[in-house]
Ligand binder design. Structure first.
Ligand code: IMP
Length: 200
């Protein structure tokens, strides 16, 4: 079965290919469909954006399509930055810009340690050309640090301690983060679904 990954992000393509390796699927990406229009991510939930993107690509390419949407929810900020994680700081260039986590640390400056709980959330959507959609969620609970630590990963990794650890995601190897992360968990659920579907 062909599956089109609804992304041009090389890191995501590698990660999804790694986790679905061994399954009888042939992974394509938007690089194979350069004329596919860019989806406007204007929904106010991770699920809304992931489903919209996967459906648009499935219908355009006439093949099953996979997309993900993810972000950070901070309890003391009522769930922000949420779906706006990539552009939380108004002048941030993208989701990897340290301005985003520096604004977050600033906004939480007066928030005590016991109220700094947060989670990364990932929703993966698998859509079919007949408009059928399956969704898979993963969550990584944790708390926001007082200062950035570590050089690895991306986005908010330097300010996020996963539950039970005194090291941030940015201080962990890729394999260690994959085992704990929201995206790793959602991808494992997707892989389980594909294994079942492709067996039957
Ligand atoms: P998107 O799913 O590519 O739209 O990503 C949304 C944004 O959430 C990213 O640009 C990052 O700022 C943030 N984010 C999502 N997943 C992670 C992660 O695993 N580590 C750090 N930041 C993340």
């Amino acid at each position: 079965m062909d599956i089109v990954l609804a992304t041009r992000n090389r890191k995501k393509i590698e990660e999804i290919s790694r986790i679905t390796a061994g399954l009888p699927i042939h992974v394509l990406s938007l690089e194979d469909f350069p004329a596919c229009p860019e989806t406007v991510e204007d929904r106010d939930t991770f699920e809304g954006n992931a489903v919209k993107k996967a459906l648009e690509v499935a219908v355009f390419t006439n093949r099953p399509a996979l997309s993900d949407d993810s972000g950070l929810e901070v309890d003391a900020l009522g769930g922000k930055p949420g779906v706006y994680s990539a552009r939380y700081a108004p002048d941030a260039a993208n989701g990897n810009d340290p301005k985003n986590y520096l604004k977050l640390l600033d906004d939480l400056a007066a928030t005590p340690d016991e109220k700094r709980s947060a989670r990364f959330v990932c929703c993966i959507a698998l859509a079919f050309p007949d408009n059928r959609v399956e969704t898979f969620f993963g969550r990584a609970e944790g708390r926001i640090s007082r200062e950035p630590r570590g050089q690895k990963g991306f986005g908010y990794d330097p300010v996020f301690f996963p539950l039970g650890f005194d090291r941030t995601f940015a201080e962990m190897s890729a394999a260690e983060k994959d085992a704990l992360s929201h995206r790793g968990k959602a991808l494992e659920k997707l892989a389980g679904f594909l294994r079942t579907v492709l067996k039957g």
